[in-house]
Structure formats: C-alpha cells, structure tokens
Design a protein around this ligand. Structure first.
Ligand code: ADP
Length: 480
C-alpha cells in the first residue's frame, strides 16, 4: 500500500546538510574576502593620499621659503621634487599664481603656462586640495598658500602601480586564506553532518529490530536533544501500543472465558442427563430450566458485549434529543423499584432543579440503569439508595449513593474495566456480567461528561456523574 503522507526527498539528510552548509560557508568566506580586499585597498589609498599631501605640504613650505622662484639656492627644492617623483613613481609640476610652470619634474615644460580647469579652480580657491583618478595615475592638486593667500599650485601625478600591485597581493593572500578556510570548513561540515545523522541512523537500526518483532526493546535515549525527544516519544508510543495489544489480548481471553463458563455448565447438565439412564421427566425439567438460565446468561453477556463494542467506537452513533432529566430519572427509578422492594431497600429521589438536557435518551437510560441497579444489587437488605439531581448554568449532576457493601480502595479504578468484578461469586449471583460500568463510562464519555466514584469498604458507595446540558459538536475532522 502506498503511503501518501511520506514524501521522499531525493537526497539524504547528510548530503543536504553538507551541500547546504558548504554553500553557506563558501558564500560567507567569499563575501568576507571581497569586503576585506576592498577595505584593505581603501586604507592603502588613504595612506597614499596622506603621504602625497604630507610631501606637498613640505614642498609648499620650501617654495614659500624660496619666494616662489627656482632661482638661487634650489638644491633642496630639486632634491625634494626628485624624492617625491621617485617615491610616487610619477611626475610633479609647480605652478605660480601667473599659471607659469616654475618646476616640472620632467624638465620639459618649465617656463610655459598651464591652462587647466582644475588648476584654475584650486588657484582661485574655488576648491581646496583635490584628487582625481586618471587612467594610470592619481592626480593631486595642492594649493601653496602664504598668509592665507594662494600663491601657487603643486600638481602631483602618483602612479597607480603601487596600489594595483598591492591590490593583487592582498587579493592573492585573501583568496589563499579563503580556499584554505573553505577546505577546512567543508571537512568540519562533513564531520558535523556525520555526527548529526548518527543518532538517526541508530534510531533506524533499533526501529528495524522492533519491526522484526522485538516490541519490548526500548531504543536507548542518547545524542542530541531533538533525537532524545524523538526517541522518548517513540518509546512511549511503542509502550502504549503494547499496552493496547496486551489489553486486547486480555479482553479476548476474558470474553472467551466468560462465554465458555455458561457453555461448560450446559455441557455438565446435558451430560448428566445423557449418562443418567434413570432420569425421569422431573429431572429433565429441572436440568432443562438450568440450561435455559445458562442460555439467558450467555445471551446477556453477548448483548452487553455488543453494546460495549458499539459504545467503545470513537465515532459511535449518538442520537441527541432534548430530554426532561427529572422525568427521565423517575422512569428509571420506577423500573428498578421492584428489585429494591424485594430486598426491603428504600429508594429516595431528590431534585433541586428542573433540568432539560441534550442527551441520547436510550444510551443514557442504559448508563443510569446500570448505576442504580448496582446500588441495589450491591446493597445490604433493608438498606437505602439516594438519587439526587442538581445543575449549574452548564452541567447537570446526578448523584447515586447507597448503603451497600462498598468498594475497596484498590478496586476503585478497576471496576470500570471490562469484566472486572470485586466479588465474582456475588456478581454472578446477581446476574452481573462485569461489563455494566465499562459501558456506563463509555456512554458518559460519549456525552463529554465525567463519572467519579467515592466509596468506603462496608460503608456504601457514591457515584457522581456530571453531564453538559448543551451538546457542543466537535469540529468534524473529516472536513479535511
Ligand atoms: P456487574 O455486572 O458485575 O455488576 P459492573 O461493571 O456493573 O458489573 O460492576 C463492576 C463491579 O463493580 C461489580 O462486580 C461490583 O463488584 C462493583 N460495584 C459496582 N457498583 C457497585 C456498588 N454500588 N457498590 C459496590 N460495588 C459495586
């Protein structure tokens, strides 16, 4: 049979973890590398700018000291210019306020004039020092000021080579680190994935053992929190299934035993008749009426069993109608009265309110008859049974108290079990099948009510039943 609820993934959980984590790792490390390269390059460029401005500043001071001329003692000036040109692998031009080139590091343009927008902007003070990026150079323009007045401009071209080679060095270094980190990361991810699925593998192995019949074996709880929770849930589900299985087996063996008992009695009776050659009509009549009693008992057990099975189903049919609970209880008491009178038991009924409720009248009659009949059956001669009815805005409560034999403490929960009887002989004498309270409880539960039992051995028993007056239908799960 195909299970529609299990959608099989095309890959294993381990492969999924490895692929997913590795991709995430590669993505993170590559992003980190790219960002750090950019930041490194940025700080290198900033350093270059600072170096250029520092040199320009010094040179500017030298030119101011030399009164903006290249005449006289210019050895220091030339030395500074050569230094800058060598250091920045570029060129340098110094322009005076007439736009005449005072110094050109290449020596070719000295004395000629320079007409350039950026130089003019700096000279006129429109913009301060500025940097622009050309194809192979960064161009720096620096104003030479004296007493707050711009007297000239230094124009430095610094080669991009230094930055470019740094860029490739940093990139090489970072990518190498990234590759090593990714490789180590993937190994760790594989290792982690292996550990993660180990718990599942173990669980699976144990489940296979359980599947092959060894239901009693618990799967050892170990590993991660989620696996522990899963294992614990699995173990408790298996335990519940085993309990259900055991109770089913018990029920089947109880049913067989209960059904066999009357048959065995009938066989004994019939055998005695067959083997007794002198049996007269009187004896036949006596034995046959005993056999009829056993047949009645067998039929009673079968009827109770069928009722139990019907009320046991989760979606058992329930025919709700509006019922006047006062007259309903009075009718039941009237039917039980002869049984009570026969043993001198007094039944009293007290109702505190008028109660009308939505109930299944037939099923509830069965439930209350069981309880009230039990109160009489397990009572002492000349005892009493008190039935009271009360209600609040939501529920009604029926209390059935008796002065009977009571139920011992250790049997209180068991009396609701199928075929459980405190005193087997007494129950059989009074015609009990041991199914009455199990059926009653099923019916009360069908009505979303509760049944509680208070009892002292030898001092009587009280059953309290709470039932809702209005029936609230559950949202049908079959809507899906
Ligand atoms: P039965 O058919 O034997 O009466 P029930 O399921 O109705 O089966 O009850 C189960 C057992 O609970 C009874 O055999 C009896 O021992 C005990 N029991 C039920 N009601 C009372 C009661 N009112 N007082 C004392 N014992 C009771």
């Amino acid at each position: 049979m195909k299970n529609n609820y299990i959608k099989t993934a095309p890959i294993s959980l381990k492969a999924f973890i490895i692929i997913y984590m590795s991709l995430a790792l590669v993505l993170i490390i590559l992003t980190y590398s790219i960002v750090t390269i950019k930041l490194d390059i940025g700080s290198q460029k900033k350093q270059l700018d600072e170096d250029v401005w520092e040199q320009c500043n010094k040179l500017s001071d030298d030119f101011v000291a030399n009164e903006f001329t290249m005449v006289g003692e210019t050895r220091d000036l030339n030395y500074s210019v050569d230094n800058i040109v060598t250091f920045f692998d570029g060129s340098l031009i110094v322009v005076n306020s007439d736009y005449r080139i005072l110094k050109d590091s290449s020596g070719q343009a000295e004395g000629s004039y320079i007409i350039s927008e950026s130089v003019m902007n700096t000279m006129t003070g429109k913009i301060g020092r500025s940097v622009s990026e050309l194809e192979n150079y960064y161009q720096y323009i620096y104003p030479i000021s004296e007493n707050g007045k711009i007297q000239g401009v230094i124009l430095v071209c610094a080669s991009k080579n230094r930055i470019d080679s740094m860029k490739s060095q940093i990139a090489d270094r970072n990518y190498l680190i990234a590759i090593v980190a990714i490789a180590v990361g993937i190994v760790l991810v594989c290792f982690g994935a292996n550990i993660s699925v180990r718990g599942l593998k173990k669980m699976n192995e144990h489940m296979e053992i359980v599947q092959h019949g060894q239901m009693g074996q618990d799967i050892p709880v170990s590993g991660f929190k989620e696996f522990r929770a899963l294992t614990e849930n699995y173990n408790s589900s298996i335990k519940k299934l085993m309990e259900i299985d055991t109770s089913r087996q018990e029920f089947v063996s109880n049913v067989s035993h209960e059904l066999k008992t009357p048959i065995a009695s009938m066989k004994v009776l019939a055998d005695s008749l067959v083997q007794n050659e002198q049996a007269d009509l009187e004896m036949y009549k006596e034995f046959m009426s005993d056999i009829v009693l056993e047949i009645d008992r067998e039929s009673e057990i079968i009827t109770d069993l069928l009722t139990l099975v019907k009320t046991d189903r989760k979606n058992a049919d329930i025919n709700i109608s509006e019922v006047d609970i006062n007259s309903f209880l009075e009718a039941i008491l009237k039917r039980v009265a002869p049984l009570a009178e026969a043993r001198g038991i007094t039944i009293t009924y007290e109702s505190y309110r008028e109660v009308v409720a939505d109930v299944d009248e037939v099923k509830l009659t069965l439930a209350f008859t069981n309880i009230i009949e039990n109160a009489v059956k397990y009572n002492v001669d000349n005892g009493w049974v008190k039935v009271t009815l009360n209600s609040d805005h939501k529920n009604f409560y029926v209390k059935v108290a008796d002065s009977g034999v009571g139920i011992p403490e250790d049997c209180k929960d068991k009396v609701f079990e199928r075929f459980y009887r405190v005193d087997k002989a007494r129950s059989r004498d009074t015609g009990g099948t041991g199914l009455g309270l199990a059926i009653t409880r099923n019916i009360i539960l069908m009505h979303k009510g509760t049944i509680k039992l208070y009892s002292e051995s030898g001092e009587g028993t009280t059953f309290t039943i709470r039932l809702p007056m209005k029936r609230v239908e559950e949202k049908a799960s079959s809507e899906q």
